[in-house]
Design a protein around this ligand. Sequence first.
Ligand code: ZN
Length: 65
Amino acid sequence: MTYICLQCNMAEAIPLNVVRNFDAMDNGDPMVPPQFACEECGGGMYPEYYKGLHGYEYKIIDVKK
Ligand SMILES: [Zn+2]
């Protein structure tokens, strides 16, 4: 699946099973998807599209202006 940096727009492919593992270990806010840091600028990355283990859907268009 694809994560996109909210600061520099760089796209990074992250294996779905890696995201799932993060999601499964995450006891935090279910409204927030598993977080990764951009390798280019260190900014926060957001999934292009991801449906989490708890049924929440995360879309880049919801957070990006
Ligand atoms: Zn970046």
